[in-house]
Write a protein that binds this ligand. Structure first.
Ligand code: FES
Length: 267
């Protein structure tokens, strides 16, 4: 498996000011927050634990992949998909509100050799790490292709931003945008087109498992960023464990990024 760089130092634990709340489609929000202090280096795959304001009945903090960073203006951006009470509260934030956050947490995706071709596959809130990953791959002289899936075209977000870093392929289950079907049914997986050196994936478990299986069958290295339920985010509560070749690992502490061959997804 690849060597994962652990960003365990230079954490920020601060209240951040809400600068912008965008609602591109029902249940989807982009939050931009401003840090009161300089933002440390953020790697693709790193996440933040965000405290849900005024919500004593939900987990104290919730994990969100970091979508993008503007170091100069101390801005950090998140994609929040509403899936329950906590995420609903975050979508209801107003400009000027203060939000407590801890970051950067977790490891990051590893980069292939310069010149290698990468395919990045995701759906739902799993697309959140892809902007930072696309930026890092372009800087590393890699050719990038994104494949994004959703139920309908309103679920497929960030197309314009991602297209700055590579080609964007799309599937929707209702056929309203791109090819009809699941991401794993896209024609890019046909043997004559499935020619990549590295696959990255983030999204629902069944999707990542299917992408991992396709990559493994084709002999292509594949890393997945897991979205297990997390509570503490610091390796203490053990609620986020996943079985691996070396026993149970904590997604928040040892991950969230794992090589798919290291995971024991099918046993
Ligand atoms: S969230 Fe507590 S150990 Fe991972």
């Amino acid at each position: 498996m690849g060597h994962f760089f652990m960003s365990r130092t230079n954490k920020i634990i601060e209240d951040h000011k809400v600068i912008e709340v965008l609602n591109p489609s029902p249940g989807n929000y982009f939050l931009t927050l401003q840090s009161p202090v300089e933002i440390p280096a953020i790697l693709p795959g790193n996440f933040a634990e965000i405290k849900v304001p005024d919500a004593p009945d939900v987990f104290l903090r919730r994990p969100f992949s970091i979508l993008d960073v503007d170091y100069k203006n101390r801005l950090i951006r998140f994609y929040v998909k509403v899936i329950g009470k906590g995420t609903k509260k975050l979508g209801e934030l107003n400009v000027g509100d203060q939000v407590s956050m801890i970051y950067p947490l977790g490891n990051s995706y590893t980069l292939p050799q310069p010149g290698h071709k990468a395919l990045i596959v995701g759906g739902g809130s799993g697309i959140a790490p892809f902007i930072l990953l696309g930026k890092a791959l372009i800087k590393n002289s890699n050719e990038v292709t994104f494949l994004i899936g959703g139920r309908s075209k309103q679920d497929v977000l960030l197309i314009n931003e991602l297209s700055s870093y590579g080609a964007v392929l799309i599937t929707t289950e209702d056929g309203s945008l791109g090819e009809r079907g699941l991401v794993t049914e896209h024609s890019v997986f046909r043997p004559d087109k499935f020619k990549f050196d590295k696959i990255y994936t983030c999204g629902p478990d069944p999707m990542m498992k299917a992408v991992g299986d396709l990559a493994t069958a084709a002999g292509i290295d594949c890393e997945a960023s897991l979205e297990n339920m997390m509570a503490c985010g610091f390796g203490i509560c053990l609620c986020c464990i996943t079985p691996t070749q070396e026993g149970n690992k904590r997604v928040c502490w040892d991950g969230p990024v794992f090589n798919v061959n290291y995971l024991k997804w099918h046993s």
